[in-house]
Design a protein around this ligand. Structure first.
Ligand code: BJW
Ligand code: ZN
Length: 258
């Protein structure tokens, strides 16, 4: 692992590594894996750490199917509060830099654990949302899904009479089979360079993705404030706020790679 303070050095060294990949620029496949740290610069709290959501709220009371069964009103209140908070915020330079990288045809896929839609609002296209979307609600009885454009004041109801639930993945729940299969395929077979941005690497099965990519020969670059359980397998770790470091990294990469 090489920890860098300047992205210039990293980009130069990365280019040396890219030259070793037996592919030309058009075939190069960069994949991004994002977590809540990428949205911190937009003013959206992360889950863990000193200002994280789990400091003030108990995950087991709010983000499990058992919690929803016990007290759906409370769970909806919490999600409605978060929806309101997110609607007030905008994508930051880190989100936009991934859009830029995709428009340059270098970023092939963006796998996100975030439910906040900020990658969509930044106009990224090839997004795989592995933990769902906070602006979607679903009916567990009849399967209907609806979009929410504002924070609900009451738990939303389905036309079939059942209460809808947030369409996000809670602890102890399986990830959507089609989505997770696609994500594994991308990580295993369509990834030369993996950018791991703003995730603690603690939540499975996504925490395995960097390890799978590494085993399959991908080059790993991590952007985070701190070291994580992923750092020791990363080829480069760029410490700092991703809204600053990632944007700088992408600009420099695009300048040099053309
Ligand atoms: C910055 C920054 C800045 C800050 N710039 N960086 C072993 C194997 C497999 C599964 C398990 C296992 N052990 C336990 C499990 C079960 C569980 C799990 O992983 N638990 C762990 C906590 C141990 N996993 C599950 O239950 C999953 N389902 C599953 O595995 O099904 C099969 C199964 C079930 C049961 C048992 C065994 C197997 C489902 C996981 C669903 C996670 N859901 C949540 C909530 C989503 C909905 C919502 O938003 O309300 O997803 S929890 C929360 O964590 C959210 C996130 O997507 C996820 C990851 O968090 P993330 O994004 O990494 O955020 P943080 O806060 O952890 O980290 C932020 C990072 O950013 C930090 O590193 C900062 O330093 C950094 N940062 N500012 C750059 N400006
Ligand atoms: Zn229904």
């Amino acid at each position: 692992m090489r920890t860098m303070s300047t992205t210039e050095t990293i980009v130069t060294q990365l280019l040396e590594e890219i030259k070793k990949i037996p592919k030309n620029k058009n075939q190069l496949q960069i994949v991004a894996l994002t977590g809540s740290g990428i949205s911190k610069g937009s003013g959206i709290p992360t889950f863990r750490g000193k200002d994280g959501l789990w400091k003030n709220y108990n995950a087991m009371d709010l983000a499990t199917p058992q919690a929803f069964k016990r007290n759906p009103q409370l769970v909806w209140e919490w999600y409605a509060w978060r929806i309101g908070l997110i609607l007030d915020k905008e994508p930051n330079p880190a989100h936009y830099s991934l859009t830029k990288l995709e428009e340059a045809r270098l970023l092939k896929w963006l796998i996100t654990q975030n439910v906040d839609s900020l990658h969509y609002r930044a106009d990224s296209k090839n997004i795989i949302e592995v933990h769902g979307n906070i602006f979607r609600a679903k009916c567990e009885k009849c399967g209907v899904k609806i979009m929410l454009d504002k924070a609900p004041t009451e738990p939303p109801m389905c036309a079939c009479g059942n209460m809808l639930r947030p369409d996000v993945v809670w602890f102890g729940e399986s990830l959507d089979q089609v989505i997770i299969t696609k994500a594994y395929e991308v990580i295993s077979n369509e990834c030369d360079i993996l950018l791991v941005i703003g995730t603690s690497g603690l939540v499975y099965p996504v925490a395995d993705f960097p390890f799978i990519a590494k085993d399959r020969g991908a080059f790993i670059i991590e952007f985070n404030l701190d070291d994580t359980p992923i750092s020791h397998i990363a080829d480069f770790v760029i410490h700092g706020k991703s809204e600053e470091t990632l944007a700088k990294f992408v600009d420099e990469l695009l300048e040099i790679i053309d």
